[in-house]
Ligand binder design. Structure first.
Ligand SMILES: [Zn+2]
Ligand SMILES: [Zn+2]
Length: 298
């Protein structure tokens, strides 16, 4: 990892924050032999520090995560900040095992919708008729829905702070910056850079974070015919990471048309452009430590 982070590490703290990627595919689940190494499930990322858990988005990758949580026998108590409610980010919820556990507590947070609509209204539509059988009665977990405005700071647990920023995406999306006892991780997915230069808000928002998970849906060639779709390229990701002195860049929200061979090409290109960068793979774990400002494959 490049040592470009300008912030001093938190004194006396090297407790680890674990990032586990349960789904890394954008737009649509893409199972099959051609995507088996990078993974075909849509977006779901677990951030864990000790007993505390944040779940960023709940795409189809949430199903396997839920199976593991249920197998642990420990009722889930978690905050679930959503980037937005496009289906690739929430379609795993009807199949997320903790939803039917009466001992589970799930607090959904969203900031991309304009009142009077909010996540309490928008999210349950995805598990009600006619899209699904009505599942409200089956979902016995304690569910809470909390709206915020982009720019608000959240504090889901003592010692953690979560900054929020509006992203450039059709229907809006929210980026998050999680500061957890000296470790900082940014989750910036579903956003498109402006036509010229950098989005000026984002470098400030993500500056100096140890890890930035970033939307890199398209190649430069693909992007030419997809302007306005609300997604980025790996070059835009690298430019932002350089401008904001990010420690480690992790490309995310892979286009469903990108098979493992294409992803290998992108992985080689991003490492050549910015050494130490990673291309997210389903099942990948990273350990982020505050003391040495590093992220490691775990
Ligand atoms: Zn998406
Ligand atoms: Zn979207």
């Amino acid at each position: 990892m490049t040592e470009t982070n300008p912030e001093p590490p938190a004194p006396g703290n090297d407790a680890g924050l674990t990032i586990h990627f349960w789904g890394v595919r954008g737009s649509l689940p893409t199972p099959g032999l051609a995507t088996v190494r990078h993974g075909g499930n849509t977006l779901c990322v677990e951030l864990r520090r000790g007993p505390h858990l944040l779940i960023l988005d709940a795409g189809s990758g949430a199903r396997e995560f839920g199976r593991e949580l249920a197998a642990s026998g420990v009722p889930l108590d978690a905050d679930i900040p959503l980037s937005h409610t496009h289906l690739d980010h929430i379609r795993g919820l009807p199949f997320f095992a903790p939803m039917i556990d009466p001992a589970a507590k799930l607090r959904f947070r969203g900031g991309h919708l304009a009142p009077p609509d909010g996540i309490a209204e928008a999210l349950p539509r995805s598990w009600r008729a006619p899209l699904m059988p009505d599942l409200d009665a089956a979902f016995r977990a304690e569910l809470a829905f909390r709206n915020f405005t982009a720019g608000d700071a959240l504090e889901p647990h003592p010692g953690s702070q979560v900054g929020t920023v509006a992203l450039n995406h059709p229907g809006n999306a929210i980026g998050y910056r999680i500061e957890w006892d000296g470790a900082s991780v940014c989750y910036i997915t579903d956003t498109e850079p402006p036509a010229r230069g950098l989005d000026q808000r984002l470098p400030r928002f993500v500056t100096g974070s140890y890890v930035m998970i970033y939307d890199a849906s398209f190649t430069e060639e693909e992007y030419k015919s997809r302007v306005g779709w609300g997604h980025s390229t790996w070059r835009a990701a690298a430019d932002l990471a350089d401008a904001a002195a990010i420690g480690q860049l992790v490309l995310f929200h892979h286009d469903p048309g990108h098979d493992d061979t294409t992803m290998d090409t992108i992985a080689r290109a991003i490492v050549a452009r910015r050494p130490g960068s990673l291309t997210a793979m389903e099942g990948m774990r990273l350990e982020v430590r505050g003391r040495d400002r590093s992220a490691h494959n775990a």
